[in-house]
Design a protein around this ligand. Structure first.
Ligand SMILES: Nc1ncnc2c1ncn2[C@@H]1O[C@H](COP(=O)(O)OP(=O)(O)OP(=O)(O)O)[C@@H](O)[C@H]1O
Length: 431
């Protein structure tokens, strides 16, 4: 049995949001990471992946539960980790060499030893020749190499990476992933485990030994999948695509469940997927053109959208009864086909029926506007309702999408200048 380096034990994290609701972000997370493992953490946007990583790093304390490093519960920051951030987090006034040396600050080494070690790492991460450069002189990929170099300089047992490649263009990211994987697999670095938060299922399947998938609201571990394909992994390998498909299907299937819950939990509003009506319409047209079932993974690739945006669109089509998703495949429902083939006005009618049926808040908004003698209501009124369910920041996003869908369905109108929702005069006469 391999040594357990990190033990996340029954961790729950709650935040006090706008003094109204104590929102549970992470719920009862149990996760053991052994020596030699490269683990990816996946999950919908805002599910709590970064929060979990920060709790492992000891940067945030859990509300309940504990994190142990080498069998000892951590108090404050975790002594066994160093972290790579999406935003690189370099000191702009320091050179590459000085930035990497920051990672050696706490080591009791002579200055020349620090310098030698830092130069070795700069070489290792492929930045030979750039030791005197400042971050602004470097490309994004090179900056992230410095970020990784600085984290590696600490010689941590565990390297934590929070979406390390997502700010880079595709080719740069591929190149850096390969280089990092080579350092790890050929044991050129003393790192014993890597934990990476990512949005990309493909990245997780390409790089890691396990994919841990979180749900949302609150985040629980839905599944922990071992990835045993040999390196170097080929993205065209059917076993590779099968795994990617499987994780897609788990992520999307989970969303159905939360929709079902929304029907039964009448009191608590469930968030709607953040998919603008324009993107939804385009997606449905594309599905219709493709004929029968389409493979979600291939579609995501075709769309070149990030996973979260794509999943929101998929979730939205399903929530609105326009598509079915099963086992990584998606196909239109009869209503979905009807929508795709309808003209502009008919589409709006179909959309109107579907949102009224599936988005409970839409009916409430309509009812409120119809009840007012001037048929108007400030956005803020609905925002207050949303805040009690979702917290301030998410409430704004939720309301933006609700308004977008409501306007597209011509259920109501909205004026940004006055921030008022209102019924168009002819609409109110009809009622
Ligand atoms: N300090 C805080 N106070 C209140 N809520 C917070 C705080 N920090 C994070 N949250 C909330 O916790 C939830 C999880 O955030 P987190 O950044 O961990 O998610 P994530 O899965 O990493 O998201 P993304 O994929 O978008 O990066 C979000 O709803 C966020 O708004």
């Amino acid at each position: 049995m391999k040594n357990i380096l990190v033990d996340v034990n029954q961790v729950t994290k709650k935040y006090d949001v706008s003094n109204k609701a104590n929102v549970t972000i992470l719920e009862n997370i149990n996760l053991k990471i052994a020596e030699g493992e490269f683990v990816s953490i996946l999950g919908p946007s805002g599910s709590g992946k970064s929060t979990l990583l920060r709790i492992i790093a000891g940067l945030i304390a859990p509300t309940q539960g504990s994190v142990s490093y080498n069998g000892v519960p951590i108090q404050g920051t975790n002594p066994g980790v160093s972290m790579v951030f999406q935003s690189f987090a370099l000191f702009p006034w320091l050179t590459v060499l000085e930035n990497v040396k920051v990672g050696l600050e706490n080591k009791s080494l002579l200055d020349e030893e620090k310098e030698r070690k830092a130069l070795e790492i700069i070489d290792m991460v492929g930045l030979d020749g750039f030791k005197g450069a400042y971050p602004k002189e470097l490309s994004g990929g090179m900056r992230q190499r410095v970020g990784i170099g600085r984290a590696l300089a600490m010689e941590p047992d565990i390297l934590l990476m929070d979406e390390p490649f997502s700010a880079l263009d595709v080719l740069t990211a591929e190149n850096l992933k390969r280089d990092l994987l080579e350092l790890w697999m050929e044991k050129k670095i003393p790192t014993k485990s890597i934990i990476m938060v990512t949005h990309s299922i493909e990245e997780a399947v390409y790089m890691s030994d396990r994919a841990v998938v979180l749900s949302r609201d609150p985040a629980r571990i839905i599944v922990d999948i071992p990835i045993t394909l040999r390196h170097w992994r080929e993205k065209q390998d059917p076993r590779f695509t099968e795994l990617v498909d499987k994780i897609y299907s788990i992520l999307t299937h989970r969303e159905t469940k939360s929709v079902i819950v929304s029907d039964t939990q009448k009191k608590k509003l469930q968030p709607i997927p953040e998919a603008p009506s324009g993107a939804l319409t385009g997606f449905i047209e594309l599905l219709d053109d493709l004929g029968n079932k389409a493979d979600l993974y291939k579609l995501a690739d075709q769309f070149s959208l990030n996973l979260e945006d794509f999943l929101h669109i998929v979730e939205a089509t399903r929530l609105l009864g326009l598509a079915n998703v099963q086992q990584g495949d998606i196909d239109l429902t009869p209503t979905g086909h009807q929508f795709a083939e309808a003209n502009v006005l008919e589409r709006k009618d179909i959309f109107k029926q579907q949102v009224l049926e599936h988005v409970p808040m839409m009916e409430k908004i309509l009812w409120t506007l119809q009840s007012k003698s001037n048929n108007k209501m400030p956005r803020e009124f609905f925002n207050e309702i949303y805040k009690q369910h979702f917290g301030a920041e998410e409430a704004e996003h939720q309301l933006d999408i609700t308004i977008d869908w409501g306007r597209y369905a011509e259920l109501f109108a909205y004026e940004e200048a006055t921030k008022q929702l209102f019924l168009e005069p002819e609409e109110s006469q009809e009622e």
